[in-house]
Structure formats: structure tokens, C-alpha cells
Design a protein around this ligand. Structure first.
Ligand SMILES: Nc1nc2c(c(=O)[nH]1)N[C@H]1C(S)=C(S)[C@@H](COP(=O)(O)OP(=O)(O)OC[C@H]3O[C@@H](n4cnc5c(=O)[nH]c(N)nc54)[C@H](O)[C@@H]3O)O[C@H]1N2
Ligand SMILES: Nc1nc2c(c(=O)[nH]1)N[C@H]1C(S)=C(S)[C@@H](COP(=O)(O)OP(=O)(O)OC[C@H]3O[C@@H](n4cnc5c(=O)[nH]c(N)nc54)[C@H](O)[C@@H]3O)O[C@H]1N2
Ligand code: SF4
Ligand SMILES: [Mo]
Length: 738
């Protein structure tokens, strides 16, 4: 057979690079960057190559597992669904819908089948107990953006190709390849910025890979961002540097912000955040006096006690310095499909709110339809009406990725039923009674649902499956529909395609009204995510519509462009006021929820910092908890090491290469020490996603070098109260030689 060439969006991180994959005799023979890709222009990182390892990984599950007497045994799909049908409906009948929890993880963001069909399962279940990795990650950013701009995914993005000053706070795109910002080849774009005379400034408790290429780097005490940012805003007002520019008539609340930040003088916050007052002032001035500038902040600013406040203040800075919604500043993407900020009436909307219901045990408010994932263990453990008795996990490994993993692990073992849709028998799914495998990404079609809303450039790209799935392997959307059918009492035997047809027709009638017949006609012959995608593209801002085919996007058009690298929809453009979905039709600079929370921060300025705190770290050859089983990535130096400044090493008696014990009230672990002058003194760093030494898993490569789980040191009760996001950064630890 001759070689075939395929184009596939890399599903492994938010950069969403376009790949060119060559196949011979159903085997991948090469993976490289697709140089014509409209978004990534040939850029890739080492993880892309590992898609071959992932596809061929003998540990990757290719058939369901049922746990019998504590052992996971291979089962057919029929047996697996029969087991679920035998056990799930009685639990629902006996204990109610909230007794079944749902948890979904990071890979779902990279799978159109999961993103479009998980909500259908959630709706069928009707449970309030929905949890996701979002509350270990970006929920603060989504809440702040939602309150300001009216929708959870209306996130302002740096216009990196035209800006002259990029301030990066708590992000390391050289390792992570960007987050809440799809920006493949950040390094190349940063170099271009510098080549045209622009500056890159990084604020981070570690002199990161990104800091190393920056024009300036400032240490910040972990968790100190809210204080530094509030003092920068304070400086803008104090020095008359506020100038809103083109959005001036679309912003509410400037005076309220001025009053709210009045206690935060640079001098009053300097010791709390570790950034000297003159530096804070200089940063604010630079931002205000550079015509094209942008502030970008990411996970380091989210995974802390004041995550929502910090995320909000970043965009307050962007707005007050006239950099919101202008070229070279911060812009909003215009996604060709699935974006709430292109749907409905332009310029006004319902806005966002929180707390439609609350977690039963902690009382934490619902945010964006979810409860904090750090509440999951206590919801399982605590008896009473509404106690969680069953759990369905979809692509998530919270035993490693969530604070106090050991507690969660014990709690999972007490469930009456656990079902996992996953590709591995790992630290979390080992607790499942039934594991339903997902296909390999190379066997799945793809279109990015969320990331075009966060991309540095507007585009539309489709990936067909590179390889055919094994005969009996259902796509994930069908597995989710089957679970929904079981929940709804329609039985495991029902035909997923027929269910999908019926649902699509219902939804179309409801959403399109008089146009429904045209929608049905235009999408005839399609089903599943492809049909949803076709409808979304046609209805989207660049769409062909549903009548006689006019110029514009449809699934067919985007598919046809795949070999040419997709469809380029151009640079980001100013979108205010059209993209706003706030009830006022304005940017809400001073949401009352946030002003109120700022008082909590004001009362906390004087707190003395612990003498040693721990933060995380990402490495380009790993991804969260689940790529440690891929030989291409696992080889080379051990990456789960604790970075320690030499002064701290001396103070605690630990030395380079030796093992140290880290401990606090939550737990303890052992990890190898690496001395590093790049660490801020008083701060040590250990990556997350390790700890593959738990029994009952099937991860033969990862188990050889298991590493230690940082989340054994983190407290599952420690959250940003507004967003429910876990505190993962700046946690006090002690350290001693092991
Ligand atoms: N190679 C690789 N890429 C990944 C991932 C991965 O595991 N590996 N994970 C993906 C995921 S799920 C996500 S969410 C993204 C995250 O993408 P990024 O946000 O870029 O994540 P990190 O590389 O962890 O960078 C966070 C930075 O914040 C710093 N930091 C820690 N605490 C604080 C603080 O209190 N204040 C400030 N200002 N900085 C702080 C850390 O030192 C670190 O350099 O990466 C994605 N990409
Ligand atoms: N201490 C600390 N903890 C952290 C972080 C941190 O910086 N510090 N980062 C947090 C962040 S940003 C995130 S996003 C979370 C991630 O938290 P999770 O989403 O819980 O964790 P992952 O490690 O991404 O686990 C992904 C799971 O999906 C499975 N999987 C992989 N591919 C597929 C697929 O195609 N289909 C299905 N169905 N399953 C698949 C894997 O086997 C694995 O079980 O971790 C968080 N945890
Ligand atoms: S940066 Fe690497 S892992 Fe991320 S999408 Fe690109 S190739 Fe894939
Ligand atoms: Mo994440």
C-alpha cells in the first residue's frame, strides 16, 4: 500500500498545532508540523511526535474493563453497558439524581465529541454534582471575564503580532505553549516582538524559560499578584495615567475601581507581594505610556486565594491604560462556530452569575454550572440526603491532579458505583467498576470547539480521522449518549444514532424555529459532532447559512481546506461593543462581587509570609498526569525534581541530587533536590501530575519512574471563594533531608 498523508490538529495542548502525519500500512511513519497550517505554520513541540507512542501504547485500553472481586477484567461493550444498566438506574431511583456525580477533565477540551456530548449526559442526569479540572485551573479567569464582558469564554487576548510591550504574569508559555491563549510558537512571536523593538516582561516566582528570553523579569511572592496589580491600578489613578481610549464610552465603573484600590499604595503592598514599590510604579507607567501594550496572566495568577481578583485586575489594567480592544493591545477572537459572543443579539445579554445552587457540604457556590472539584471527596464521604454514591469520570485523573489526592482516592473506593470513560487504567480509573475506553485521537475526527475563541488569529480547521478505529470501538459521543439513554431509562440496547437523530431534530426545532426545516435539509446525511459542527459553522459569523448555498463556511468547506492548512479568517479585530453580552451592554469594570472581595484582600495586606512555600512547574515533555507512559517523552532526565534556591538548601540542610522530604499539615512526600538560582528564595518548585506508584494501575512505563505527587501537600479546603478554584500555589511546606 502507498503512503498516505493526513492533517490533524494536535490534541495535546492549547496551542492546537497543525500536524502532517504520514501513514503506511495503517502505521504512523512520521509526524511533523504542517507548514501550511493557518494557525501554527509548521511549529510543533516534542509532544506531537508522541502521538504515535500514544496510539501504539500497549497499556492504552482497547476494550472495556469490569472490576470483579477487585480485579479489572476485560469485557465486551455489551457486557460493560449491561453492567451499568444493572447498577446505575437503581441508584438513581433510590437516592435521586444528585447521588450521581460527574467529573470531566482536561482532554475533553481537545475532543469535539466530548465537548458537545458531555452536556447531553449532564442534562440527562440533572445532577448538581458536576465537577471539572476547570476549578484546578482557569475558573477565576472565566468568572472575571464573564462578569466584565458577559460570557465565560469572552477572554481578552494579547495581540502579540502587533504589540510593543507584553507583560506576562504567572505563565510560562515556553514550557506550556500557552493557555487560555492559543498561540503556537510563542517563542517565535516573542522574538519578532523584540526584533521590532518591543519588550517582553515576565513576573514569576521562578526565572522561567520564558523569563530567560524576556527583556526583564521580576520575582513575585506566590499569591501576591492581587496586591501588586491593585497597586499598579492605584498608581494609574494617583499619577493621572488613566486613559480608556476607544472603549471609553463602553465602560462602567471607573470611579468605583478608583475608590476600591485606594488602600493599595505600592508601599503598602511591597512586602506582601515581594515586588518593590518603585518596580510596581515603573510597570504601571510603562504600561500606560506604551501605545501598544498588553498584560497577559495565567495559571500562576488563578490558582491562588485571590485568583478571581487577580484575573480581573489584569483586565482592569488593560482597560484603564487604553489597551482593551485595540490593535496591539488586547482583542477578542471571533470564532467561526460555537461562540456565545457571536450568537443572539449583539452587544447585550444575560451576563453571568454564580450560586444558582451550592455544594451540599461546604456551601461553595455553583460557578458556570459546576461545583469545585476539591469538594468531591467530602461530598462522597459525608452521609445525608444528596450524598454522592456514584461517579462518572470522563478523561480526568483527580487522584493525581486534585489537592489531597490520597483522601479522594479513599473516598472513591467507598462509592457504590464508579464508571470511567478514559484511555488508561490509572490512579483514578483503578477505582472504577466499569471503564469504557475512548479511541486514540488518531482514530477520531476533530474540530476545536473552544480554542478558536481563544486564538491569536481567527481560523477554522477540521481534522478527519487519520486511522480507522477498531471495528467495535464507539466514538466517545456515542458512549456518552448510551450512558444518557441508560439514565433516562431507554436501555443500553438503544441505538445511539437514532437517539442522536431525534435529539438533533428536537434541538433544531427549539433553536431555529421557522428555519428548522432548512437546517434539517442542509445537514442531512450527517450525524454526531459533524452535524452539530456543520450547523454551528453555517449559523456562525462567517457561515453559509441554511438556504441556497452562498459564500460562507460549512463543514464541507472547512473539510476541503484541511490539506491547505485550514481557513484563515484573519487577524483579530476590535469587537466592542458588538461582542459584549452584559445586561448593561457595557464593560463592567467594577462588578460588586469583586469590589466586595477586594476588601478581603485589603484586610490581608499585612499577613507575614511563611518562610518556605511550594509552587508548581511545567515541562515541555510532559502534560499533566497522563503522558508519562509514552517512551518518547519519558526518556531523558527525571523531571519530577524539587527546585531549591541554594540559600534555602543551606538553611534546610538539603543538597543537590539528594532526596528531600517535604511536609506540612496536609501530607508529605520525597523528591530529588535540584539547586537552582532561578528560584525566588523562600520558594521551591515541584511539577504536578506525578506519583505513579499506586497499586492496581496499568502504566508500565510511568511506573518505572513514578515521581512524587505534589497534591499530597495541598489542602482540598483551600479555595478562591468566588470561583471555587483550588489554591495550588504558595502553600507553606517544611523541607529536610530524607
Ligand atoms: N508541556 C506542558 N504543557 C502544558 C501542560 C503541561 O502539563 N505540560 N499543561 C497544560 C495546562 S492543563 C495548562 S492549564 C497550561 C498552563 O499554562 P501556564 O499558565 O503557562 O502554566 P505554567 O507553565 O505552569 O506557568 C505558570 C507559572 O506561574 C508561576 N507561578 C506560580 N505561582 C505564582 C504566583 O503566585 N504568581 C505568579 N505571578 N506566578 C506564579 C510558575 O512559576 C509558572 O512559571 O499549560 C498547558 N500546557
Ligand atoms: N498541584 C497542581 N495540580 C494541578 C495543576 C497544577 O498546576 N498544580 N494543574 C491543574 C490543571 S491546569 C489541570 S487542567 C488539571 C488536569 O486535571 P485532569 O484533567 O484531571 O488530569 P489529566 O492529567 O489531564 O488527566 C487526563 C485524564 O484523561 C485521560 N485521557 C487522555 N486522553 C483521553 C481521551 O482522549 N479520552 C478520554 N476519555 N480520556 C482521555 C487520561 O488517561 C487521564 O485519566 O490538573 C490540575 N492539577
Ligand atoms: S505545542 Fe506541542 S503539544 Fe501543543 S499542540 Fe503544538 S505540537 Fe501539540
Ligand atoms: Mo489546565
Amino acid at each position: 500500500m502507498s503512503d498516505t498523508t493526513h492533517h490533524r490538529i494536535c490534541p495535546l495542548c492549547e496551542a492546537c498545532c497543525g500536524l502532517e502525519i504520514k501513514v503506511r500500512d495503517r502505521r504512523v511513519i512520521s509526524i511533523r508540523g504542517h507548514k501550511d497550517d493557518v494557525l501554527s505554520r509548521g511549529y510543533i513541540c516534542p509532544k506531537a511526535i508522541a502521538l504515535k507512542d500514544l496510539h501504539e501504547d500497549p497499556d492504552r485500553l482497547r476494550s472495556p474493563r469490569i472490576r470483579r472481586n477487585g480485579v479489572h477484567v476485560e469485557a465486551t461493550w455489551e457486557e460493560a453497558f449491561a453492567e451499568i444498566e444493572r447498577r446505575l438506574p437503581p441508584l438513581l431511583a433510590g437516592h435521586g439524581r444528585n447521588a450521581v456525580a460527574l467529573a470531566v477533565g482536561n482532554p475533553a477540551a481537545h475532543k469535539i465529541g466530548l465537548l458537545t456530548y458531555f452536556p447531553k449526559l449532564a442534562r440527562a442526569l440533572g445532577t448538581r454534582n458536576v465537577f471539572s479540572a476547570s476549578t484546578l485551573d482557569q475558573m477565576p479567569k472565566q468568572l472575571a471575564s464573564g462578569l466584565m464582558f458577559g460570557h465565560w469564554l469572552s477572554v481578552a487576548l494579547p495581540d502579540i503580532s502587533r504589540t510593543d510591550l507584553l507583560l506576562v504574569i504567572g505563565a510560562n508559555p515556553l514550557a506550556s505553549n500557552g493557555s487560555m491563549w492559543t498561540v503556537p510558537d510563542f517563542r517565535g512571536k516573542a522574538k519578532a516582538l523584540q526584533a521590532r523593538g518591543g519588550r517582553l516582561i515576565v513576573i514569576d516566582p521562578r526565572r522561567t524559560e520564558t523569563a530567560a528570553i524576556a527583556d526583564a523579569h521580576h520575582f513575585i511572592r506566590p499569591g501576591g499578584d492581587v496586591f501588586m496589580l491593585a497597586a499598579m491600578v492605584h498608581t494609574l489613578f494617583a499619577e493621572g495615567l488613566v486613559s480608556l481610549g476607544r472603549v471609553a464610552s463602553w465602560v462602567n465603573g471607573v470611579r468605583d475601581v478608583e475608590a476600591a484600590v485606594s488602600p493599595f499604595t505600592p508601599e503598602s503592598v511591597a512586602s506582601r507581594c515581594g515586588v518593590p514599590a518603585p518596580t510596581i510604579r515603573a510597570l504601571a507607567r510603562q504600561l500606560a505610556t506604551t501605545p501598544r501594550a498588553a498584560v497577559y496572566a495565567r495559571i500562576g495568577t488563578c490558582t491562588q486565594e485571590y485568583g478571581t481578583l487577580a484575573s480581573w485586575l489584569v483586565d482592569v489594567l488593560n482597560t484603564l491604560t487604553g489597551h482593551l480592544d485595540v490593535e496591539g493591545g488586547m482583542l477578542f477572537a471571533k470564532s467561526a462556530a460555537f461562540a456565545a459572543n457571536t450568537a443572539g443579539k449583539p452587544g447585550v445579554g444575560k451576563g453571568v452569575g454564580t450560586g444558582r445552587h451550592h455544594a451540599r457540604v461546604s456551601g461553595a457556590p455553583e460557578v458556570f454550572g459546576e461545583l469545585p472539584i476539591t469538594c468531591l471527596a467530602e461530598e462522597i464521604e459525608t452521609p445525608g440526603q444528596g450524598q454522592v454514591r456514584a461517579l462518572i469520570t470522563v478523561g480526568t485523573n483527580p487522584v493525581l491532579s486534585s489537592p489531597n489526592g490520597p483522601r479522594l482516592s479513599s473516598a472513591l473506593e467507598t462509592l457504590d458505583l464508579m464508571i470511567s470513560l478514559d484511555i488508561y487504567l490509572n490512579e483514578t480509573t483503578r477505582h472504577a467498576d466499569v471503564i469504557l475506553p475512548a479511541p486514540s485521537p488518531l482514530e477520531d475526527l476533530h474540530y476545536d470547539v473552544a480554542f478558536p475563541q481563544l486564538s491569536w488569529r481567527n481560523h477554522a480547521r477540521y481534522s478527519a480521522p487519520v486511522l480507522p478505529p477498531p471495528q467495535d470501538q464507539p466514538p466517545e459521543w456515542q458512549t456518552l449518549l448510551k450512558l444518557a439513554a441508560i439514565v433516562q431509562g431507554k436501555g443500553a440496547q438503544c441505538d445511539a444514532n437514532a437517539l442522536d437523530d431525534a435529539q438533533f431534530e428536537d434541538d433544531t426545532q427549539r433553536m431555529f424555529g421557522p428555519e428548522a426545516d432548512a437546517v434539517m435539509a442542509a445537514t442531512r446525511g450527517l450525524r454526531g459532532p459533524q452535524r452539530l459542527l456543520d450547523a454551528a459553522l453555517r449559523a456562525g459569523p462567517n457561515g453559509a447559512g441554511f438556504g441556497s448555498e452562498k459564500d460562507g463556511l460549512s463543514l464541507r468547506k472547512v473539510m476541503e481546506a484541511s490539506a491547505e492548512g485550514g481557513i484563515d479568517l484573519g487577524e483579530l479585530q476590535p469587537r466592542i461593543p458588538e461582542m459584549l453580552r452584559t445586561p448593561s451592554g457595557k464593560v463592567e469594570l467594577a462588578p460588586p462581587l469583586l469590589l466586595q472581595d477586594l476588601q478581603r484582600a485589603a484586610a490581608d495586606v499585612g499577613r507575614a509570609p511563611p518562610s518556605l512555600v511550594i509552587i508548581g512547574r511545567r515541562d515541555v515533555r510532559t502534560n499533566n498526569s497522563w503522558m508519562h507512559n509514552l517512551p518518547t517523552l519519558a526518556k531523558g532526565p527525571m523531571r519530577c525534581t524539587v527546585l531549591v534556591h541554594p540559600e534555602d538548601a543551606a538553611r534546610h540542610g538539603v543538597s543537590d541530587g539528594a532526596l528531600a522530604t517535604l511536609r506540612n499539615g496536609a501530607g508529605q512526600l520525597r523528591a530529588q533536590v535540584r539547586l537552582s538560582l532561578d528560584m525566588m528564595p523562600g520558594v521551591v518548585s515541584l511539577p504536578h501530575g506525578w506519583g505513579h506508584d499506586l497499586p492496581g494501575t496499568q502504566l508500565s512505563v510511568a511506573a518505572q519512574r513514578p515521581g512524587a505527587n505534589i497534591n499530597t501537600l495541598l489542602d482540598d479546603q483551600s479555595r478562591d471563594p468566588l470561583s471555587g478554584n483550588a489554591v495550588l500555589s504558595g502553600v507553606a511546606v517544611s523541607m529536610e533531608p530524607a
